[in-house]
Design a protein around this ligand. Structure first.
Ligand SMILES: [Zn+2]
Length: 144
C-alpha cells in the first residue's frame, strides 16, 4: 500500500460535500502555497517592501497571514470560539494538522468547522487584497 500524501490528508478539509466553491478554491490555493504574498513578490523584485497590511510591522508571508499576525490570529481565535473550540493558535501547518485530526467526519459540527476554516482563509485574503489594492479597511469584527 502506498503512503498517503499530505495532499490526501487535507483533501477532506477542502473538497467536502457542503463546501462553498470559492472558499474551497482559496483554501486549496492556500494548501498549495499559491497565494502571491508580499514575501514572494519581494524575493523576485516586484515589491520594495513586504510589510504586513495589518500594521503589525512583520513581513507578510503565508505563515504570517494564517495566523501568526495578531489581526488574523484574533479573527481565527474568535471564529474557533464560535465553533466551540478553545485552544492556543498554532503555526499554519500545526493548525491544519489539528483540523485534519479533529474533522475527519461529516457530521454537522465538523462540517461547520470546515466551512469556518475555508471562510476565514477566504475573507482574510479578501481583506488583505482590499487593503493592498483599494485602500479600504474592515475591522476584525466585520471580517468575522
Ligand atoms: Zn501582520
Amino acid at each position: 500500500m502506498r503512503p498517503r500524501s499530505s495532499e490526501v490528508l487535507w483533501h477532506n478539509l477542502v473538497w467536502h460535500r457542503s463546501r462553498i466553491p470559492k472558499h474551497a478554491f482559496y483554501l486549496w490555493l492556500e494548501f498549495r502555497a499559491a497565494h502571491k504574498t508580499k514575501d514572494k513578490l519581494l524575493a523576485i523584485g516586484v515589491l520594495q517592501s513586504a510589510g504586513c497590511v495589518f500594521f503589525c510591522r512583520e513581513l507578510e508571508s503565508l505563515e504570517h497571514l494564517y495566523f501568526q499576525c495578531p489581526y488574523t490570529e484574533n479573527i481565527w481565535k474568535r471564529v474557533l470560539a464560535l465553533c466551540n473550540i478553545s485552544k492556543p493558535i498554532l503555526s499554519w501547518l500545526e493548525e491544519v494538522q489539528w483540523m485534519i485530526e479533529h474533522m475527519k467526519g461529516d457530521n454537522f459540527l465538523e462540517m461547520v468547522r470546515k466551512l469556518a476554516l475555508a471562510a476565514t482563509v477566504f475573507h482574510i485574503w479578501l481583506e488583505r487584497n482590499r487593503r493592498c489594492f483599494n485602500n479600504r479597511f474592515l475591522s476584525s469584527q466585520e471580517i468575522i
